[in-house]
Write a protein that binds this ligand. Structure first.
Ligand code: ATP
Length: 368
């Protein structure tokens, strides 16, 4: 699909947020954010509810004034510009379509506001509708469309304006799982075909990893980690990020030894050796392990990282069973099994040392 590509080619080389801060009364929603977004990049802002994602997006869009800091688009300072002068397109979670206007009129709305001529408007709207594959539905009202189709109208309405930057705030969260995955692919395709620069807000790590060139994880209004999906997934910089990236097991225990690039932490029964991700100085450390990295021990070959758990829950997930067990000293362990095991039975698990990441800090916000 090559509709309207030419006019949409990347329009700037870098957008910079410098010390961007936003307060709501005494609360600091964004705390001195420094972020560079390259023209053509697909950047995901990821984090749990309340970490400041929407605030960051609204500050970029000009819908919220900054409390401090600056936003630059190459050599142009834009944080004082009203939203319409920034030439950004926005796609929201709730689509925000006009219910009484047809699909075509919804898409044309922004162009009408800009007093664009009839012929040019028609050409651009046709292009945008073709791009989102809604040409045949152009005459319908939003209420006559499915959720996914409505979301595509919202996207067409944003891209028809040839925005310098597209801002998306959880655009897929109201869709069912199958449609979400389908639309995800569509959004990525459009980003590439149109040469857009996209900032995409989500709390869904899978969505962020699948879509983005770069993932920025926010925590309490600050950037906790920024990197390619591969980097953030493979080398989480903290237990907070690890927890977000599928390291469901965050096991805190006393440190018993450190040698040869490995750290061993142990309780009465559970003992894990892994790779330190930072300098371990405290008496306790945390082992982060993904459930899928545990496997059943075959009883002979492994000597380290063996653990016995009593199975509490096992859920059928198609190809495998997701299970939860407890060690003799009370640590809850999440793991996967090839088949269902009755609650109460004991299984012996093992995990390779290089798949155990050891962090010095405690998991969970209460313990920071
Ligand atoms: P969610 O995914 O739930 O939308 P988020 O990561 O987008 O969360 P924000 O909406 O940016 O988070 O909110 C960040 C912080 O700022 C939160 O603590 C929130 O309560 C606070 N906040 C946001 N908007 C306002 C407001 N208008 N007035 C007061 N506090 C606000």
């Amino acid at each position: 699909m090559t509709v309207a590509i030419e006019e949409n080619r990347v329009r700037f080389s870098e957008l910079r947020m410098e010390g961007v801060t936003r307060r709501f009364g005494p609360a600091v929603a964004l705390d001195r954010i420094d972020l560079r977004i390259k023209g053509g990049e697909f950047l995901a802002l990821l984090g749990p509810s309340g970490c400041g994602k929407s605030t960051a997006l609204n500050c970029l869009a000009g819908l919220l004034p900054l409390s401090a800091g600056e936003i630059w688009l190459d050599e142009e300072r834009i944080d004082g510009l009203p939203p319409e002068r920034r030439e950004f397109g926005m796609v929201f979670q709730n689509y925000a379509l006009f219910p009484h206007l047809s699909v075509r009129k919804n898409v044309a709305f922004g162009l009408a506001v800009r007093r664009m001529g009839k012929a040019e408007t028609a050409r651009r709207v046709d292009d945008a509708l073709r791009l989102v594959e809604l040409t045949e539905h152009a005459h319908k009202l939003p209420g006559q469309l499915s959720g996914g189709q409505q979301q595509r109208v919202a996207i067409a309405r944003a891209v028809v304006l040839r925005p310098r930057l597209v801002l998306m705030d959880e655009p897929l969260s109201n869709l069912d799982a199958k449609l979400r995955v389908q639309m995800r692919t569509e959004i990525r395709r459009m980003h590439q075909d149109l040469g857009l620069t996209t900032v995409y807000v989500t709390h869904d790590q899978e969505e962020a990893l699948a879509l983005a060139d770069r993932v920025v994880v926010l925590r309490d209004g600050r950037i906790e980690q920024s990197g390619t999906p591969e980097e953030v997934y493979t080398y989480p910089s903290s237990t907070y990020i690890a927890g977000f990236m599928g390291y469901r097991n965050l096991l805190e225990m006393p440190v018993v030894s450190k040698d040869g690039g490995r750290v061993t932490i142990a309780d009465r029964e559970l003992r894990l050796t892994g790779v330190p991700q930072e300098k371990i100085t405290g008496a306790h450390a945390v082992a982060a392990v993904r459930p899928e990295d545990f496997r059943l021990a075959d009883g002979t070959s492994e000597k380290r990282n063996l653990l016995t758990v009593r199975v509490e829950v096992s859920e059928f997930h198609g190809r495998e069973v997701a299970a939860e067990g407890v060690t003799g000293d009370g640590h809850v362990v999440h793991f996967r099994l090839p088949e269902r095991v009755a609650p109460g039975s004991r299984v012996e698990l093992t995990v390779p040392e290089e798949r155990v990441l050891v962090f010095g800090e405690s998991p969970g916000p209460e313990e920071d």
